[in-house]
Design a protein. Sequence first.
Length: 338
Amino acid sequence: MARKHLHEEHVNHERWAIPYGDLITLLLAFFVVMYSISSVNEGKYRVLAQSIASAFNGSPKVIEPVQAGAQPTMSAQTSAISSIQAAAPSAAPIPLIPVPVPAQKLPPPGKNGGREGGDDAGLARAHGETAGLKRIADQIERALGPLIARQLIALRRADYWLEIEIKTDILFPSGVAALSPQAVPVLQQLADILRPFPNPLRIEGYTDDVPIATLAFPSNWELSAARAASVVRLLAAGGVDPQRMAILGWGEYRPVASNASEAGRNRNRRVLIVVLSSSAVPERFYSDRPEVPTQTAAGVDAAAEAAPAATPPATGAAPAANGWLPVLHVVRPVTNTK
């Protein structure tokens, strides 16, 4: 009896086709599901848009799809606009109603802008106030001549005010607003001179640009104002009416010299007592003020000598438009003729 011949098992090279077919089937099913999810129901979208618009109290607005078709020509648009304009009623012009303007009764022309008899009184008052400023300057010059000679005090006089500049070397130690002991007699002499006169006073404080950041003085604004207030308190204690005085702190922003050197910073640390001619005079102000030269005991600076070359303003004239009046008279220190 013949034996059954057994064949050898061979390698199946086509077995990869079965899992590949399963993978393609799964991918097809996945893309079908994704497509079904991505499709939008237009009806539900419109209902949702109208509901949101109604909730926010707005008219329901739904984005309408753009309809494909023929666009209107330019001639059709022009004819439509012409028909709308023809249908609109023409606006009637608004008549202009004339409004009568009452005639103003101007005073008759006089010497002082229409004030008859008032010019002489005003001119006499202006001369009296100017003379009062001169008397104050003369008394200060006689009382504080040695300090003027040492350039610790400077006087500048114009038509409408008198400046008494006091350097902080004799007023305050560095960085504080408390008066030094040597400043008390100087300010008391000034109080004795200024007390009998009715002129309003303005005390201005200035500093250099060295920054200060202490608990009492966060900046140079506070330091300059506090130094001016210390001078005001001592003048008030000396009998000067407090209602005549006001303080002003400029800080470091009104220098008269460069802060690059110690000498310039020393000149910028100062207190000004401004004696105004009358309370009716407009407030003195600065606008691009040039550097003011310091007077010396021998005479006037070269810049002050050049000032008379310009045409001086007439007596009693109003302040210049640029905010700075030229110094008409520089007080010289008293010299002993004996």
